[in-house]
Design a protein. Structure first.
Length: 389
């Protein structure tokens, strides 16, 4: 119990706690099934909102940090066996069937601290009501800066993407425009594979170049000639001089110089693998990838123990997607990346909402490589990501 309380105490005292979830009841009862804790500001003072989930209702109470630890200790001893703690620096899963000897698992952080003010509209990097040239040009907002209702989901997706980019900036080389207006010698080089209409590519350029003042060179790549022509026309209209779009296939794209950041959102099936392979080959500092249509292993996977489950096509398809991305993550870890699987968009918009966020640490993991090999053997599969050597 001391280890758990010390971890929770540290997260409170250092204002690191983003979200805390208590679950897995110790015994069946009429008590709340789950308890969630989040920080918030009330009249300028930090509190923690405790949300109790009953079968048919949810109740709340707001506590000061000094009131939280006694409650947490009581919940662990009497009510729950599992705690999931999300902090600014890391995620923790605490398995406390025996509170005196808990198992604490630390993973890379998957969440960022949200605005804490209660009942206030969420702050966006690109706010609603403020005119933004590329959002107006792409039809997301009108000339006054008001976001069209039918495009609000896209507006949220763009801002969510920029929040993720903001979170990994510290891993990218710091290449800013010099005070005299001249560019530093080498720009921050970024490629967006499968950019489509390029909402996020334009957002990336706008955020890094116009808001943060970084010296960047961004390329968008897609197979559709008409889409690429449109994107280049918009970039020229907006005077986005260091943003270019080309027609091309990910697997065949050739670029000799190293790339600092690779983005690939909803690249279909093995196109994601080729993007990851190229990113590692370029020694990219950051990879942001949202896989899509992971069909490759569907006809490969074979395991007699799980055959009664995998005989159902829909279960096989969903499991293959999980296995494919899990193997991709292990392969990246083996090559010296710290990998986190994070939620990109809400499930109400698309089921393809998992992003592989990988940042270069240079610490190659032989253990991850061995886990990759064992998983391959267990499921009898040979994914395209094998080519990443």
């Amino acid at each position: 119990m001391e280890k758990i309380i010390e971890l929770l105490k540290s997260s409170l005292e250092n204002n690191m706690l983003i979200k805390l979830t208590f679950s897995a009841l110790r015994k069946k009862s009429n008590l709340f099934k789950k308890t969630i804790v989040r920080p918030l500001l009330l009249q300028g003072e930090l509190y923690y909102q405790v949300e109790y989930h009953f079968t048919n209702k949810v109740t709340h109470s707001n506590l000061k940090s000094t009131e939280c630890l006694p409650l947490f200790e009581e919940l662990i001893w009497d009510t729950y066996k599992q705690i999931n703690l999300f902090c600014v620096d890391a995620d923790y899963q605490i398995l406390a069937s025996n509170p005196e000897n808990p198992k604490i698992i630390r993973r890379p952080a998957t969440k960022i601290m949200p605005p804490l003010v209660h009942n206030r509209e969420k702050h966006h990097i690109l706010p609603d009501g403020v005119p933004c040239d590329f959002l107006i040009r792409l039809g997301v907002m009108d000339n006054s800066g008001r976001v069209f209702q039918k495009h609000y989901a896209k507006f949220r997706q763009i801002n969510r993407f920029l929040e993720i980019v903001s979170d990994v900036l510290c891993f990218l080389p710091d290449k800013k425009t010099l005070p005299d207006g001249q560019e530093s010698q080498e720009p921050l080089r970024i490629i967006d594979f499968g950019c489509g209409k390029a909402y996020l590519t334009f957002a990336l350029y706008h955020y890094l170049k116009l808001i943060l003042g970084k010296n960047v060179s961004i390329i968008g790549l897609d197979l559709k000639t008409d889409v690429i022509d449109f994107c280049n026309m918009v970039a020229e209209d907006l005077d986005y001089k260091d943003l270019q779009f080309f027609v091309g296939d990910i697997a065949e794209y050739s670029e000799k110089e190293n790339i600092d950041m690779v983005v690939t959102l909803h690249a279909c099936d093995t196109a994601t693998d080729y993007a990851l392979i190229k990113a590692v080959g370029w020694n990219a500092s950051v990879i942001l990838s949202v896989p899509c249509c992971q069909h490759e292993l569907f006809n490969q996977i074979s395991n007699s123990l799980h055959k009664p489950i995998l005989k159902h096509g829909i279960l096989n398809e969903r499991f293959c997607a999980i296995l494919t991305d899990g193997l991709r993550g292990l392969k990246l870890e083996e090559q010296g990346y710290e990998v986190a699987m994070i939620e990109f968009t809400g499930l109400e918009h698309t089921s393809k909402n998992i992003m592989i966020r990988a940042v270069k640490t240079g610490r190659n993991s032989a253990a991850a490589g061995e886990k990759y090999r064992l998983l391959k053997e267990y499921w009898n599969v040979n994914p395209t990501i094998d080519e990443l050597v």
